[in-house]
Structures are given as structure tokens and as C-alpha cells.
Design a protein around this ligand. Structure first.
Ligand code: 13P
Ligand code: SF4
Length: 360
């Protein structure tokens, strides 16, 4: 197997990220908790939050009968909900996925400028060009992409399914063009033992985890296990006791018998980890500077845009103001993107049932 990194891909060299809220701003925002609860109930909305959102947003989802999960579970829950207003607290591709799957529902987000660096690394125009250079490849796109990129892809996957899908495609003798995360691409190639043409994009948070510093942490706390999201570099993945999606890391922490863990993923996950395992200790993995952006800690700056004040503003918005909160996907793009997304959901269901047909 080998990883063939695609060359000459046009991508941003630097990422402009929104500023972090100060401690005082966060405290002020938290005081809106009861108002936000009332607002969600009054609008009969379902709040679906990603594990990386702030603890106060996750508490709000819990208090209002909403849902907290990884990106695959968010997609599934939004589609299956009987409610017609879905409020997605996460980043924009998560809202777009909800809209693609449920066009009849109103999909709202606190802040539509919640980007994802992976999404920013892969423009549809660039993918069209690369596809033309690899006409026989099966295009497998990570869920962290725009609706336009999804519409050009044969499959969508989330991190929880990526290796299984690569294995499946290898069994069918298909050549994989993977995008946009370089580290997840390398993880797939290594684990499914298959050739992967790989887009060189990166998540600014996971790319910042520093293998040498984490190795020192492991030496310092030898009893501690290391949990790693596969958007981290191969050097960090090689040190891990468990590699997986946010849900898979959480499930491992719950069933495993260690008392403490170093966690190499976005630190919003600590809320659910600590809640599920109150007796265990979770420590943030060390990060270092990377070209293009410098983070203070393992916090996704775009996830941080999901505040209670914006969430209330979003639900109460009307007319022009609604435009900066509601997700719209052009119908031709939506229909084209639905196909690979439905395939992903069918593949996930087949894996769960233990019977994966060869013709998905
Ligand atoms: P999950 O699919 O594990 O939820 O990850 C989404 C994401 O944005 C990781 O950075
Ligand atoms: Fe994107 Fe990384 Fe933020 Fe996840 S943590 S939403 S991959 S930038």
C-alpha cells in the first residue's frame, strides 16, 4: 500500500480564525441559559450539538431533550427527528449535511461563518480539476467538506467509518481519491493497506498535536493511556492506545479500566468524557505551533462561535436577519450530494448489522 500525496493543490496557506471569547464574555453568555432553554421550547426546535461545542451548549442540548454526538450521529438524528426546526451547533458543513438529508426542515445555525479548515482546503473547482486527472478513481470525501464538494463525490464518510469503507472499496478493486485530510488519508492507507491518492488538507486543531511533547507526557505519566483522533499526524497516531472518532474515543474511555488519559482531540469532548467517567482524569495532549495558525490550546475557533446569545438571536430572527442563520443548499447540488451521503448512511447501517452487500 502507499499514500500518494496530490501535488499542486491550491489551498489556503493561512487561516483567519475568529477571536476566542474572554472569560468575562463566556460568563455573561452563560447567564442566558434559562432564556435559551425557553426559546428552544417556544420554537419547538431540536438542538443537535457536536461534542466540540462549549460545555454550556452541550448542557443546553441535555436540558432541552436535544442531542450531542459525532458528525455521523448528528446527520442521522437530524434526519430521523419528527421536528421541523433543527438547530445545529457545530460548523457549517454539519448544518449543510442536515439540510441535504432533510430539505423539508428548517435548518438553523447560531453562526454561519463557523468554518472548518478542512472544508476551506478543498474547493469544488479544484476537485473538478483533480478528478479529471484521475478519471478511474473513486472519490471518497470526508464529511468535513462543502455541499458542492459532496456533490462531486462518490462516497462521503466520517472518521468513524473511513477505514472500513477503504477496506470495502479495496475489496471491490477500486482506486481511492481521498479528500481533504492528509492525516486521515494516511491513517486509512496504513490501516486498510490500500493505495490512496490523498488531498493535502489539514485540521488546524488536530495537526497541532505534537508527537515529541506527547511522548514526554507519556513518560511522565506512564499509567496514562493516549486517546487520538485520526485527524492527528501519523507520529501522534503511532503513540496512541486508542484511535477513533469522538464517539469512539468516548466509548473507549467508558469501558477501559485505566484511571487517566491524555486526549488528543478538541477539548470540548472533555465535558462528556468527564460526565461519563467522573472518577477518571483527562489531560489535554500537548500542542505546538504550526504554519498558518497558532492556537493557545486544542480549541476549534469556529466551534467556539456557537454561543447562547447567537443561538437565541438565531431562533428569534425573521426576514433579512434569518438569512445569516438559515442553511440553504441549491436543489441541484443537494440532489447530487444526497447520493453519496445516503450511501454513507446505508454503509453505516450495513456495518452495524454485520452484513455488507457488495453493491452499495
Ligand atoms: P467526528 O466525526 O469524530 O465527530 O469529527 C468531526 C470533526 O470535525 C473532527 O475534527
Ligand atoms: Fe474542522 Fe478541525 Fe474544527 Fe473539526 S476541529 S471542525 S476538523 S477545524
Amino acid at each position: 500500500m502507499s499514500l500518494i500525496m496530490l501535488k499542486d493543490i491550491k489551498m489556503p496557506q493561512e487561516f483567519v480564525t475568529p477571536p476566542k471569547l474572554s472569560a468575562a464574555e463566556l460568563e455573561k453568555d452563560s447567564s442566558l441559559f434559562d432564556q435559551a432553554c425557553e426559546c428552544i421550547k417556544a420554537h419547538k426546535a431540536l438542538l443537535i450539538a457536536h461534542y466540540y461545542t462549549a460545555p454550556v451548549i452541550q448542557r443546553l442540548a441535555e436540558a432541552t431533550g436535544g442531542f450531542i454526538g459525532d458528525s455521523l450521529e448528528m446527520a442521522r438524528v437530524g434526519k430521523e427527528s419528527p421536528l421541523s426546526t433543527i438547530l445545529v451547533a457545530g460548523v457549517r458543513f454539519m448544518g449543510e449535511t442536515a439540510k441535504i438529508l432533510s430539505p423539508e426542515k428548517t435548518i438553523l445555525m447560531p453562526d454561519l461563518s463557523a468554518e472548518c479548515s478542512l472544508d476551506l482546503c478543498c474547493k469544488a473547482s479544484e476537485l473538478k480539476r483533480v478528478k479529471a486527472e484521475h478519471p478511474n478513481a473513486t472519490v471518497v470525501a470526508y464529511a468535513n467538506t462543502s455541499a458542492e464538494v459532496k456533490a462531486l463525490s462518490d462516497w462521503i464518510v466520517t472518521s468513524s467509518l473511513a477505514v472500513e469503507l477503504a477496506d470495502y472499496l479495496k475489496g471491490r478493486g477500486e482506486e481511492i481519491l481521498w479528500l481533504p485530510d492528509r492525516h486521515l488519508g494516511s491513517y486509512i492507507a496504513n490501516n486498510a493497506k490500500t493505495d490512496v491518492y490523498c488531498w493535502p488538507g489539514r485540521c488546524i486543531v488536530h495537526d497541532s498535536f505534537e508527537a515529541a511533547a506527547i511522548k514526554k507526557m507519556k513518560e511522565q505519566y506512564p499509567e496514562t493511556k493516549l486517546l487520538v483522533h485520526p485527524e492527528s499526524s501519523a507520529e501522534v497516531v503511532a503513540l496512541a492506545d486508542c484511535v477513533g472518532s469522538t464517539s469512539q474515543l468516548l466509548a473507549f474511555a467508558k469501558k477501559d479500566d485505566a484511571k487517566s488519559y491524555i486526549v488528543a482531540t478538541e477539548h470540548g469532548i472533555f465535558y462528556k468524557m468527564q460526565q461519563a467517567c467522573p472518577e477518571k482524569t483527562f489531560i489535554e495532549a500537548a500542542i505546538g505551533p504550526r504554519s498558518g495558525v497558532k492556537l493557545e490550546d486544542a480549541a476549534c475557533p469556529w466551534m467556539g462561535l456557537n454561543s447562547l446569545s447567537k443561538l437565541i438571536e438565531c431562533l428569534e430572527s425573521e426576514g433579512e436577519a434569518r438569512k445569516s442563520h438559515e442553511i440553504h443548499v441549491p436543489e441541484d447540488v443537494r440532489v447530487a450530494a444526497l447520493k453519496p451521503l445516503d450511501r454513507m448512511l446505508a454503509f453505516a447501517a450495513a456495518i452495524k448489522s454485520g452484513n455488507v452487500p457488495n453493491n452499495l
